[in-house]
Write a protein that binds this ligand. Structure first.
Ligand code: G16
Length: 544
């Protein structure tokens, strides 16, 4: 074991989901080393002072630098005396599969190498996230301590050497046992416990056509195994299924903008019945029907409504549901009709962890194309696809019909998110400071044919452990029931990304075009903020 001197590197504070930076930043000398040593220092503290006998899982979404980073992490894990390190074969492990493996194998935690939906490559993004023993992203109490540690670090420890991560089997690095495992096994087994695979197999054999787009990300091998091998879908049903280091030069974010090829396929005359996509690390999902897009808030609500009937694992019913604050309130209405609680949390899957661990919720989701349940502690893209397939098999309806029936029963939350990417952080912060300054006096201001009823900054107190989080998004409520939320993204790596979320509820008028419905509200808010003058942007980069 070698002890190597180092010094703190500024800016290693994890954001919404781990530490995300430019790949070249992670490749700088000691950047990754410092962060991993700091992480293991905190894990060791929480393990009573020693990592001997402890198990750690390591894997990533296969992006550029994944393989090198795994070797570095292994060396530091061995230098810190971790008992056993499980590495996914080829370093390929989706984020939900990581959560599954940590839980199934009793690991102390896992290190996920991913910048999720951000592009990959030497000039793109990389990320590192620590997941705790419940399988979920470390809560802020832990990430804050990791960050503090990065500001004090003086040395890191390594055992030099390397391991063939493509070859299944066990070997040693120092005293650490290194096990390269097949990442598909644990995850596919868990999916088969949750869903009725024989029923889905029969459904797919009956002429139903699906197209799953892995976006050159990590879900390709998982999707091929589940949809083709286990469920018997025909070969062309899974596309872009080989994980590529740069995701084919594309943005592996499953939304209407970046999954344009799939969207076009579903809008064509020969469209399959069902389309779906996942992001680079497999935790986000996009659900499409023929000429039909399922907004993430509606997806959560529909799954909450129909999972108890359509999916064996949820036959006993749901304990509760949760959504992040900016996510549409469609799930609230389902929860009310089921007589179960609906929790509203800040943006970030980590905030669902305590509710899931305490058994207070069964299903949860976010507007950022994340949906999941208590089966793991991450959002789970393929789980969401299997959930929708189960709903379609159970109801015998099209995606479009399922949505319409849901809206007829509950009304519809028209919903859109506008993203302004890479704007000046200074300009965005100044805009927020001004807005915050006048929150108290906005009530009564006319806006898009209604009036502002109140406005505030969202603060959260975790109902399980009392942890608090302030300034989690600025909310503007209108007298007609509409909501607008503004916040800065915590996952970008360049400048600032402004997100504006618009929601407008209608009980009976359910068949409008969402974009047309939201446009006047969005225009009025942009004028209120003087957005064009402040940020120099006429239109958002992405609308989802
Ligand atoms: C991460 C988090 C999500 C969050 C999303 C967007 O997703 O896990 O909980 O909703 O970022 O965060 P922001 O609006 O701050 O960019 P992922 O898929 O990037 O890990």
């Amino acid at each position: 074991m070698r002890v190597i001197s180092t010094a703190p590197i500024a800016g290693q504070k994890p954001g919404t989901s781990g530490l995300r930076k430019k790949t070249r930043t992670f490749m700088e000398q000691r950047y990754l080393e410092n962060f991993i040593q700091s992480t293991l220092d905190v894990v060791r503290e929480d393990c009573g002072g020693s990592l001997a006998g402890k198990r750690l899982v390591v894997g990533g979404d296969g992006r550029y630098f994944n393989r090198e980073a795994i070797q570095t992490i292994l060396q530091i894990a061995a230098g810190n005396g971790v008992g056993r390190v499980w590495i996914a074969q080829g370093g390929i492990l989706s984020t939900p599969a990581m959560s599954c493996v940590i839980r199934a194998r009793g690991a102390v935690g896992g290190i996920v190498l991913s910048a999720s939906h951000n592009p990959g490559g030497i000039d793109a993004d990389f990320g590192v996230k620590y997941n705790a023993s419940n399988g979920g992203p470390a809560p802020e109490e832990i990430t804050d301590r990791i960050y503090r540690r990065t500001t004090e670090i003086t040395e890191y420890r390594v055992v030099e050497g390397s391991v063939n991560i493509d070859q299944l089997g066990s070997s040693k690095l120092g005293d650490t046992e290194v096990v390269v495992f097949d990442p598909l096994d644990d995850y596919a087994a868990l999916m088969q416990q949750i869903f009725d695979f024989p029923k889905l197999r029969k459904f797919l054999a009956g002429g139903f056509r699906m197209c799953f787009d892995a976006m050159n990300g990590v879900t390709g091998p998982f999707a091929k195994h589940i949809f083709l091998d286990l469920l018997g879908a025909p070969a062309g049903s899974v596309i872009r299924a080989t994980p590529l280091e740069d995701f084919g030069g594309e943005h592996p974010d499953p939304n209407l903008t970046y999954a344009a090829e799939l969207v076009a396929k579903l809008a064509s005359d020969d469209a399959p019945d069902f389309g779906a996509a996942c992001d680079g690390d497999g935790d986000r999902n996009l659900i499409l029907g023929r000429k039909c897009f399922v907004s993430p808030g509606d997806s959560l609500a529909v799954i909450a409504e129909l999972a108890p009937a359509a999916i064996p694992a949820y036959h006993p019913g749901l304990a509760g549901v949760a959504r992040s604050m900016p996510t549409s309130m469609a799930a609230d209405r389902v929860a009310a009709s089921l007589g179960i609680p609906c929790f509203e949390t800040p943006t970030g899957w980590k905030f669902f962890g305590s509710l899931l661990d305490a058994g207070k919720i069964t299903i949860c989701g976010e507007e950022s194309f994340g949906t999941g349940s208590n089966h793991v502690r991450e959002k789970d893209g393929l789980w969401a696809v299997l959930a929708w397939l189960s709903i379609l098999a159970h109801t015998g309806k099209s995606v479009d019909q399922v949505l319409r029936d849901h809206w007829t029963k509950f009304g519809r939350s028209y919903y859109q998110r506008y993203d302004y990417e890479g704007v000046s952080a200074e300009g965005a912060n100044a805009m927020f400071a001004d807005l915050r300054g006048k929150l108290g006096s906005l009530a009564g201001t006319p806006l898009a044919g209604s009036k502002i009823s109140h406005a505030d900054d969202f603060s959260y107190t975790d109902p399980v452990n009392g942890a608090t989080a302030a300034n989690q998004g600025t909310r503007i409520f209108l007298e007609n029931g509409s909501r607008v939320i503004l916040r800065l993204s915590g996952t970008g790596t360049e400048g600032a990304t402004l997100r504006m979320y618009f929601e407008s509820y209608s009980k009976d008028d359910i068949a409008q075009d969402a974009e047309a419905k939201i446009r006047p509200l969005a225009a009025a808010v942009c004028a209120l903020l003087d957005l064009e003058a402040r940020l120099g942007r006429k239109a958002p980069d992405v609308i989802t």
